[in-house]
Design a protein around this ligand. Structure first.
Ligand code: PMP
Length: 341
């Protein structure tokens, strides 16, 4: 038995197993799906069988997403979390390189390696923006991945820079997993650029991480090729129904998103001296070494290695959790540093 070289060189994606009770480490929503919606879906499945396959292409859910975005369902692909779509997208294009802007979500590099592609990591500039010096080479590059708002920095990438990359014709995956918390919706770009794929998820603003629902929206040209490579039956009937019901109740989500944005802005204000860049997501990057201090006090946040080892990423939680985070980080900083008076 021989394993492919690029698989041997990969490292399994892991997260710490033993976490304290307050989980502010995975950019999840603090809000569950409302019980009334859960009950409605449970009741629906009382009379609907599990022994049959779902729709092959999730047309009902795709049509609902398409309707609210006023686009053609043929331009939408749904799958088991946005994560499951990343390797499908990476596999579509000719070229030996996948470009990512660091620091960013690690799964782009992970899946590029799985396909044996070279990952070209470009450092974001000191403001965590795409560097002006970046010039894509559509001959070499299979895909340029832009995450906006970017995980873990939280900032939006400037539209002018996204356009500059798109103008070269290179395929662009624009990951907007956190777009609901931002003011910068990039969907209109799809009318202008046929080399664009936008990735979205129900895991963050919709509070449905456990159900694994993500979708990609793209041009008709890319969609015609994507369709050939897309896994059939990629969305289970339970998650699809839940997503459909949540889309019928969007006001609930808008309210939760507004709360999270308010809490994020308050946290950024109080801890302003530690915030390297303004977040447009449901988390905030902070320059502090309070990871262990928080962990010991029952709060899990995200820490990093390498160039980001001076930072932590804190997901916005409930009001009480956010208050505790502000208080504890303030306490930590006043003990270890002098910025708090
Ligand atoms: N993109 C980004 C930037 C993310 O942070 C995540 C989840 N952490 C995803 C995509 C994938 O989300 P999911 O698979 O839950 O849809």
């Amino acid at each position: 038995m021989r394993f492919r070289k690029n698989i041997i060189e990969m490292e399994a994606y892991t997260v710490p197993k033993k976490l304290p009770p307050v989980r502010l480490d995975k950019n999840e929503s603090p809000f569950d799906v409302p019980l009334a919606i859960k009950k409605k879906v449970f009741e629906y499945f009382h009379d609907n069988p599990f022994n049959r396959y779902p729709e092959i292409d999730s047309l009902t859910l795709r049509s609902k997403i398409a309707e609210e975005k006023a686009i053609d369902p043929e331009q939408i692909f749904v799958s088991n979390g946005g994560d499951a779509l990343i390797p499908e997208i990476i596999s579509l294009f000719e070229g030996e390189q996948v470009v990512t802007f660091q620091p960013t979500f690690s799964m782009y590099g992970f899946y590029a390696m799985r396909y044996g592609l070279n990952v070209t990591d470009i450092d974001l500039d000191k403001n965590f923006s795409i560097p002006d010096s970046f010039i894509p080479d559509p001959e070499k590059m299979a895909l340029v991945v832009i995450c906006s708002p970017n995980n873990p920095t939280g900032n939006d990438m400037e539209e002018s820079k996204i356009r500059k990359i798109l103008d070269t014709g290179v395929p662009v995956l624009l990951d907007q997993a956190y777009v609901e918390f931002s003011e910068k919706n990039c969907l209109p770009l799809l009318e202008e650029y046929e080399n664009l794929i936008i990735l979205r998820t129900f895991s963050k603003a919709f509070g449905m991480s456990g159900l694994r629902i993500g979708y990609a929206i793209t041009s008709k040209t890319i969609a015609n090729h994507f369709r050939r490579a897309h896994a059939p039956f990629s969305m289970n009937i339970f998650s699809a129904k839940m997503a459909l019901e949540m889309l019928k109740n969007k006001a609930i989500i808008q309210e939760k998103v507004a709360f999270i944005k308010r809490e994020r802005d308050k946290l950024q204000e109080v801890l302003a001296d530690l915030v390297p860049v303004k977040s447009s997501a449901n988390f905030v990057l902070l320059k502090t070494d309070a990871y262990d201090f928080l962990f010991k006090r029952g709060i899990a946040v995200r820490n990093f290695s390498g160039k980001m080892d001076e930072y932590i990423r804190v997901t916005i939680g409930t009001e009480e959790e956010n208050e505790t985070v502000k208080r504890l980080i303030g306490e930590f900083e006043s003990k270890h540093h002098t910025w708090i008076h």
